[in-house]
Design a protein around this ligand. Structure first.
Ligand code: PHE
Length: 447
C-alpha cells in the first residue's frame, strides 16, 4: 500500500498489494468451512462460476473506478455522480470494511494463537481455546494493535517486501500439505466430496454463499479495489492485473480445499464443523507428521501474515476516507477506527462459548447462519453487505458512469480490452445486477 495519493511503484507492486489484500483467511479458513457447509463440490463449482463471471468483471470495474477518480470510495462515487444515494453507497462500503475487520481480527487472533499452541505441543482443545475470554480478547486485541501499528506508522512498504518472500513460502507449504494429505488413508472420500458435485445441493442459499465467498475473497463490493485502483497509474493494464489477482486468489482457495477435505475425511471428521473447521483439522494433520509441530507453527505464522496484509487493507479504506474527505489526521483516525472496531468485535470474540447471549445470539434463522454472533457478522458483512456492494458497483458502472466511459478508462494501458469490452459490459450492466437482485429477493423470502 502506498502513501496518500501516491502510486504503485511497478505493475508487480500493484499485483502483489492487490493479491495481499485478497489472499487471507478468506481463502483458507472461510473458503473451507463455507464449502463444507454448503455441500462441497456443488459449492466449489458454483463459486468458480461466480469468480469468472462476476469476480473478474467486477475487479476490473472497481479498479477502473478507483483509477479514474483517484479517490476513496465515497469520493470516487460522488465525483462521478454527486447524489445522496451514491454518497450513502460510499459510506456503506467504508462501514463494510470495519464490520469485516471486527470479526476477521478475531479469527486472525486465533491463527496467531495457534502458532504458540503448535509450539507448545498442545495443538488440540479448540473448544476450550475459543471459549477462554483471556485468549479471545487478548489475541483479538493484539492482532488489531499489529494492524493499527502498521497502518499508523505507514510501514506498509516493509510488509510488501516481506509478502514477496512469505507468500511464495505459503504456497510451497500448501503444495507439500496437499501431497501429504492425499496420501493419508481414506483421503479419497474427501476428494470425492470436494470434486464430485451433487447438483441437487445447489439451492438459493448455496448460490448466495458462493457469490458472497467470491466477493469476500476478492475483496470486492466494499470499495477496497476502488481504493487500491486509485493508486494505479494510467500506464498499467487493469484487465491483466485484475485478472491475475483474481486467478491467484482463487488458486490458493482451491489449493486449501485439496488439503482440508482429504485430511478431514481421513480423520472421519464432519465437513459441517463451521468456523472451527480448519482449526480442528490442520493441527491434527500436523501432529500426525514428523516435525509437524514446527511445520504447523510455521504454517500459522504464514497464515497470520496473510491475514495481516488483509486487515491492513481493510483498515486502510476507512482511514483513506477520513483523511481525504474529513481532513482528519492519519494518526488520529487510525486510533479512533481501531477502538471502534475493538468494541464492535468484542461480541464476536466472546461468541464461541464464552458468553451465552453472544453464543446463542440467533437473530437470523439457522438455515441462513449459525446461532453465534460471529457467524451473524460473517453473514451480514461478509456475505450480504459485499453482495449488495457488488450490486451497487455494477449498477454504478453499468448505468451511471456508463460502459462506454468505463471502457475508455480501462483501455488506457490495455489496448486490446476494447475487443472484449462488450462482453464485459453485458455482464456488468445486465447479468450481475439481475442475478444479484433475484438472489436477494429469494433471501428476504427466507428471512
Ligand atoms: N479478501 C480477504 C480474504 O479473503 C479479506 C478481505 C476482506 C480483505 C475485505 C480486505 C477487505 O481473506
Amino acid at each position: 500500500m502506498e502513501a496518500q495519493r501516491g502510486q504503485w511503484g511497478s505493475k508487480i507492486g500493484f499485483i502483489l498489494a492487490g493479491a495481499g489484500a485478497a489472499i487471507g483467511l478468506g481463502n483458507i479458513w472461510r473458503f473451507s468451512y463455507v464449502a463444507g457447509e454448503n455441500g462441497g463440490a456443488a459449492f466449489v463449482l458454483t463459486y468458480l462460476i461466480f469468480v469468472i463471471f462476476f469476480g473478474i468483471p467486477l475487479i476490473i470495474a472497481e479498479i477502473a473506478i478507483g483509477r479514474k477518480t483517484q479517490k476513496n470510495p465515497v469520493g470516487a462515487f460522488t465525483s462521478i455522480k454527486n447524489t445522496k444515494f451514491w454518497k450513502f453507497v460510499g459510506y456503506f462500503a467504508v462501514l463494510t470494511n470495519i464490520g469485516i475487520l471486527s470479526f476477521y481480527s478475531v479469527i486472525a487472533g486465533w491463527t496467531f494463537g495457534y502458532i504458540f499452541k503448535m509450539l507448545s505441543g498442545d495443538a488440540f482443545g479448540y473448544q476450550s481455546f475459543v471459549s477462554n475470554p483471556y485468549f479471545e480478547i487478548g489475541l483479538f486485541a493484539i492482532f488489531l494493535i499489529f494492524t493499527a501499528g502498521i497502518v499508523y506508522g505507514g510501514v506498509e512498504k516493509g510488509i510488501e517486501k516481506w509478502s514477496k518472500i512469505l507468500m511464495p513460502l505459503l504456497i510451497l507449504i500448501m503444495i507439500f500439505l496437499i501431497i501429504y494429505a492425499n496420501f493419508l488413508e481414506g483421503s479419497s472420500k474427501g476428494l470425492e466430496f470436494y470434486l464430485k458435485p451433487d447438483f441437487s445441493k445447489i439451492t438459493p442459499k448455496v448460490i448466495l454463499s458462493a457469490i458472497g465467498q467470491a466477493m469476500f475473497s476478492l475483496s470486492l463490493g466494499m470499495g477496497l479495489m476502488i481504493t487500491y485502483g486509485s493508486y494505479l497509474s494510467k500506464k498499467e493494464n487493469i484487465f491483466v492485473s485484475g485478472t491475475t489477482i483474481a486467478l491467484l486468489d482463487t488458486a490458493i482457495a482451491i489449493m486449501a480445499g485439496f488439503i482440508i477435505f482429504p485430511a478431514l475425511f481421513s480423520m472421519g471428521g464432519n465437513p459441517q464443523a463451521g468456523p472451527a473447521l480448519v482449526f480442528e483439522v490442520l493441527p491434527k494433520l500436523f501432529m500426525g507428521m514428523p516435525g509437524g509441530q514446527i511445520v504447523g507453527a510455521f504454517f500459522f505464522v504464514l497464515l497470520s501474515i496473510a491475514a495481516l496484509t488483509s486487515t491492513i487493507s481493510m483498515l486502510e479504506v476507512p482511514v483513506a476516507f477520513f483523511v481525504d474527505e474529513k481532513k482528519i489526521s492519519r494518526k488520529k483516525i487510525v486510533l479512533y477506527a481501531t477502538i471502534f472496531t475493538f468494541f464492535m468485535g468484542l461480541p464476536s470474540a466472546l461468541s464461541q462459548g464464552t458468553v451465552e447471549i453472544f453464543t446463542n445470539f440467533g437473530l437470523l434463522p439457522a438455515s441462513i447462519c449459525s446461532a453465534d454472533f460471529l457467524s451473524h457478522m460473517n453473514f451480514i458483512f461478509g456475505d450480504f453487505a459485499v453482495v449488495l456492494g457488488a450490486l451497487f458497483a455494477s449498477v454504478f458502472v453499468g448505468w451511471v458512469w456508463g460502459i462506454k466511459s468505463a471502457t475508455e478508462e480501462i483501455s488506457e494501458g490495455s489496448k486490446n480490452f476494447k475487443k472484449i469490452a462488450f462482453l464485459w459490459g453485458f455482464f456488468i450492466k445486465y447479468i450481475i445486477p439481475i442475478v444479484i437482485t433475484l438472489i436477494l429477493i429469494r433471501l428476504f423470502g427466507v428471512i
